[in-house]
Design a protein around this ligand. Structure first.
Ligand code: UGY
Ligand code: MN
Length: 244
């Protein structure tokens, strides 16, 4: 099957849309029984890396020299952290600080969203501890008072963290109340539903499984379409002066 060269995927100077029909798998040294679909990396202009890891039972991720955030999309994994084990299932997540001695092992076939970023230390701010959580246990907050648009912050909002990862859930018909333009970049994975994303000067239909990278100052807006909620997982760099 082919689509006569058509795809919704696009790559622009300050944003990209990566749709499943164009995904190519790769492997990193140290990965076993697992592969990665790299959605965002310095090669596209991002200052972080985000990939979907597809793991067989017993598969492991490579050792990571950076901070790592792992969100379980499907299946079950274990995180070996020093002498401790943490079992994670769908919608559970873990934050591993830079240098944390850990292993990510699939207990059964699993799919993970993985974000990796070099830590930007800041004067007077002590380094982070590892953290394990569950999205379902995070209280949602309405964005700008709109109870049809709930934001769940998966990481504590403290200066120790130089990035944030949130989920945003839009009831059918809900939309961002403004076009955002900001210095932070985003990595966004559509988890459920869909709608229209405005990026720079273009409007894209998007659906579950799509990934979007938004560079600094990329004008952005989203409106949910359809009869079920739209939900995405969104990364942004955070809490640091633009000059580092
Ligand atoms: O946190 C954010 O910047 C978020 N509101 N952006 C977005 O959904 N595109
Ligand atoms: Mn934004």
């Amino acid at each position: 099957m082919h689509n006569l060269g058509h795809t919704r995927s696009v790559r622009r100077a300050n944003h990209s849309l990566h749709t499943p029909d164009t995904f190519i798998r790769t492997q990193f040294p140290g990965m076993a029984k697992a592969s990665a679909i790299v959605h965002a990396s310095p090669a596209v202009g991002a200052a972080f890396t985000q990939y979907t890891a597809e793991m067989e039972a017993g598969g492991t991720l490579a050792v990571c020299a950076y901070q790592r955030f792992v969100y379980v999309l499907e299946g079950r994994i274990e995180i070996e952290l020093g002498a401790n084990y943490h079992a994670l299932e769908k919608d559970d997540y873990a934050y591993l600080p830079q240098g944390a001695d850990h292993r990510v092992i699939a207990g059964e076939p699993a799919r993970l969203a993985v974000i990796e970023k070099a830590y930007m230390a800041a004067d007077g701010v002590s380094a982070n501890e590892p953290l394990v959580g569950s999205e379902a246990k995070i209280a949602g907050l309405p964005l700008m008072g709109d109870s049809d648009l709930m934001v769940r912050g998966l990481l504590p909002d403290t200066m120790a963290f130089d990035f944030a990862v949130n989920t945003m859930t839009y009831q059918p018909g809900a939309a961002l109340s403004m076009v955002e333009v900001h210095v932070m970049e985003h990595g966004l994975l559509m988890l459920e539903g869909g709608g229209i994303y405005r990026l720079d000067e273009e409007w894209y239909p998007v659906t579950a499984g799509d990934f979007i990278w938004m560079g600094p100052y990329c004008p952005q807006w989203f409106g949910a379409l359809g009869k079920t909620p739209a939900k995405y997982l969104i990364y942004k760099d955070w809490n640091r002066h633009p000059l580092g």
